[in-house]
Design a binder for this molecule. Structure first.
Ligand SMILES: [Zn+2]
Length: 171
């Protein structure tokens, strides 16, 4: 009889420990289930790397300005890259260099307008109407032709034209 009791005890302990182990294992597995253990983690090696050049096509003046100071970009696909630069499309390059181009319905930043307002000539940039510089002037010293032109607004179509205009009215 003693032997049978002992066997029962041993079997019970065995079953209980099995159940306990099963429960603990299950708990552990369900905790880690949400993590994609077998999912491939994207490493640096999976990304493309290219030198990025952003180009703006300014429709109103036909000028194109490229920015090649952006350096190298990493991307997993072409779609991934273009999503980062909305409005741009790939126009050249693959591999080492990639050119993204956007069409802009305005003048490029090299166009200015000079307007006479009492004793000041206010020069603004056409693309964003930002004041670039204000020249103090005596309107009496201006010829009637200059006055007429500057009252209507004189457009300067390059940075060089702006520089020489400022020199004319400040020297
Ligand atoms: Zn332009």
């Amino acid at each position: 009889m003693k032997n049978i009791r002992f066997i029962w005890l041993a079997v019970s302990v065995c079953v209980l420990s099995c159940v306990f182990t099963y429960m603990v294992t299950n708990l552990f597995l369900s905790n880690t289930k949400s993590q994609p253990i077998n999912a491939k983690i994207k490493t640096e090696d999976d990304l493309y790397k290219s030198e990025l050049i952003l180009t703006e096509n300014y429709q109103k003046c036909g000028h194109t300005i490229s920015d090649s100071t952006l350096g190298t970009v990493s991307y997993s696909s072409i779609d991934n890259l273009t999503q980062k630069y909305p409005g741009y499309k790939i126009t050249a390059g693959e591999g080492e260099k990639i050119v993204l181009t956007s069409d802009t319905d305005s003048y490029c930043p090299n166009h200015f307008c000079a307007v006479l307002n009492q004793n000041e000539i206010i020069i603004t940039r056409l693309c964003d109407n930002k004041t670039v510089t204000i020249i103090k002037t005596n309107s009496l010293s201006l010829s009637s032709q200059e006055k007429k032109l500057l009252t209507e607004g004189l457009t300067l179509h390059s940075a060089e034209a702006l520089t020489s205009f400022i020199e004319d009215f400040t020297s």
